[in-house]
Structure formats: C-alpha cells, structure tokens
Design a protein around this ligand. Structure first.
Ligand code: PLP
Length: 379
C-alpha cells in the first residue's frame, strides 16, 4: 500500500472516536446507550434559515461563489460583528470557510512557520494542537485549573512566552471547560500580544451559549493583533451546513483566501445564503437555546456533584468536565466502565489534557440528563 507522509503519520487519532464507535456498535447490538458525547446542539436549524436555503436553491444560487464568500453574507457578518461585538471590520476583512474548523486551519497555515510556538490554554479543544502541528507549529499547553473554574491565569500565560512564540489561541466560552474569561483577563492578554508582537486567534464559536455573563471580544482591545473566528454551527444549530468565518487584518484575510482558493474554494453556496439569514436575525432562537441550555447545565452540575463526581459550574458552552477518579483514577478506564456498565457514552479528558475527568455534553433533553444521572447513581 502507498507509504503515508510523515506529516499525516504525526496526526493523532482521537480517543473520542474510539468511544463513539464503541457506543454506536453497542446501539447497533440493540443495547440502550445514552450518549452525552455530542459536540452539537440538539435543536433543529431555525425555520427561517431553512426557508432562506430553499429560496436560494429555487433562485438558482447553486454555483461557485467568491472564494471568501458572497458579499451579502460578508456584509451580514461585518454588521453582526459591529452590532453584537462592537468590532469594526469591512466586508473585505471577512472570510467565510467550510465551518470554523476550516477558518482556523487556514489561519494556522497562513501564520505559522516550522517551529513557531502556539500558546493554548488547557484543557483545550483537541483540534487546536493537531492543526498547529499539521501546519508545522509547536503547540504549548498553558495550564488552567478546575479550582479556578479553568479561567486563564495571565501570569502563567506570560511565563510560557519564548522568543519562538507566535500565536495565542483563546476559546471563551470554551470547549471542553465552559470557562468564560473575564474582560480584565482579555485586556491583559491583548496587552501581552501588543508588547511581544504576538497574534491572538480567538475562537468565539460559543459566544451566544453563555450564562449570567456578557460575551466580550478580545479584538476590541488589540484589533491589529487579533483574528476573530466564529461560525454558524453552535449559535444557530447549523453544524451540518458547514459555515464558519474569520475577521481580522486584511493581509491575513487575503492569505487565508489564497489558501482556501487552492483547496476547497468557497463554502456551499446554499449554506451561505442560509447563514446570511441566520446571522441577520436569530435573536429569538438564540434566547430560546440559551434558556434551555442553562436549565440543563444547572440540572447536570447539581446532579454530578451530588453523586460525588466533582464538577465545576461552567459559565458557557454546553459541556461539563466531571472528576471521575471515584470511578477509576484513569479517565480512559472510567469512560469504559461508564459505557459498559452504566450504558452512558462520555468522552475521556485524555486528549483535552483534562486528566481524571470526562466530558459530558448536555446538548440533550432534561429527561435524558435525569436518566443519565440515575444510571451513574446506580453505578
Ligand atoms: N471551535 C470549537 C471550540 C468547537 O468546539 C468546534 C466544534 O466542535 C469548532 C470550533 C468547529 O465548528 P465548525 O467547524 O462546525 O464551525
């Protein structure tokens, strides 16, 4: 068989996939497995968004678009960034990709030379270090602690800066921690970036899934040093439509467009028109989703803590990190026991650097959360 590149051999298979495929196999065998592993909202895409997509198809908007996205969508994104985040970007400073994932991928390839270091607060979303390595960079984990609610300590971040540091990745609200970084932290990180000539890549995918806090965009404090990445997946329940975007300094956006132009070209034209409708007006849906997520968060956090599985209360996103050392000190083994004996699928913290913990997604109904807590209680 063909010999694979060293590059791709360095890519780490995710331990999440092992659990998910075992859970699916058990479900196929007819076993009643409850999954708390999902990384997506359980709601349907809002009706006005679906209608806009149908209209686009009927109007024949089914051809290639500009690589960076149709002007109407980029105008809607620029207006959204102004309205909701207080950021000033022209539509030329916006680029649309096939999910936030592609926008992040383009950004790392546009910014990193071999050996460049990227600071990433941990526990982190597993794709950041993998993408960074794929682009030739060196991911450097910056520890955050459960007792601090996984909020970033800027002194710890500062201590990790070396002459090779190029980027800081921020993800607030974060996956898998749910941590929301306060404005004082964001201002301090912005100042560090300015002092050391670093670029901040901020992934604000979960900005609308936030409880008792206001989302703050770090680009307000260091616009010249920041790339803001966001997307339609989590905010408008559009994971399958594959629309993400980034806004930032024009030379960086142009470089990202050049990369995308030689790889995937534009994101799906129909999805772009759907996203235009979503981004222009989805207040009602966002408020509904936030309300439901908050109820679920309260239920699952209280339930897990009552079971003796210590779980910090996250301020955003739809995940909790539960300490499962009471079940087994090794989170991979705990994950296996929870799956095989309680028939609940969770994600081990291993790849996130959340050792001794598992991630549960509460993007499921309250009934399912109750059933999961009941099963864990019996276990
Ligand atoms: N960023 C974070 C932190 C995520 O959790 C995800 C999805 O799980 C993404 C980005 C990617 O989202 P998408 O590519 O669907 O826009």
């Amino acid at each position: 068989s063909p010999s694979l590149s060293q590059q791709v051999q360095r890519l780490r298979p995710s331990s999440t996939i092992a659990v998910t495929s075992r859970a699916l196999e058990m479900q196929r065998m007819g076993l009643d497995v409850l999954s708390m592993a999902a990384g997506e909202p359980d709601f349907d895409t809002p009706a006005h968004v679906v209608a806009a997509a149908k209209q686009a198809i009927d109007a024949g908007k089914t051809r290639y678009t500009q690589v960076q996205g149709v002007p109407e969508l980029r105008e809607a994104i620029a207006a959204k960034l102004k309205r909701e985040n207080g950021l000033d970007y022209t539509p030329e400073q916006v680029t649309v990709g096939n999910g936030g994932k592609q926008s992040l991928f383009n950004a790392f390839f546009a910014l990193l030379d071999p050996g460049d270091e990227v600071l990433i607060p941990a526990p982190y979303w597993v794709s950041y270090p993998e993408m960074v390595r794929f682009a030739g960079g060196v991911p450097v984990a910056v520890t955050t602690r459960p007792e601090d609610g996984y909020r970033l300590d800027v002194d710890v971040l500062k201590a990790a800066i070396t002459p090779r540091t190029k980027l800081i990745v921020l993800n607030s609200p974060g996956n898998p921690t749910g941590a929301v970084f306060p404005e004082t932290t964001l201002r301090a990180v912005a100042q560090l970036a300015q002092q050391h000539g670093l670029t901040i890549v901020t992934d604000e995918m979960y900005e609308h899934i936030i409880y008792d806090h206001e989302h703050v965009s770090i680009a307000r404090f260091a616009p010249e040093h920041t790339l803001t990445v966001n997307g339609a997946s989590k905010a408008y329940a559009m994971t399958g439509w594959r629309i993400g975007y980034a806004a930032g300094p024009l030379p960086l956006i142009k470089a990202m467009n050049a990369i995308q132009g030689q790889s995937t070209s534009n994101a799906s034209s129909v999805s772009q028109w759907a996203a235009t409708a979503a981004i222009t007006d989805s207040r009602e849906f966002i408020d509904m989703a936030r309300g439901q997520f908050q109820q679920r968060r309260d239920r699952i956090v209280a339930g897990l803590n009552a079971l003796g599985l210590p779980t910090p209360t996250p301020d955003g996103a739809f995940y909790v990190l539960a300490d499962t050392t009471r079940i087994h000190h090794d989170e991979l083994e705990a994950t296996r026991i929870i799956l095989e004996e309680a028939r609940v699928a969770v994600v081990p913290g291993t790849d996130f650097l959340a050792l001794g913990r598992v991630r549960l997604s509460y993007a499921t109904s309250l009934e399912q959360i109750d059933a999961v807590l009941e099963r864990l209680g019996r276990l």
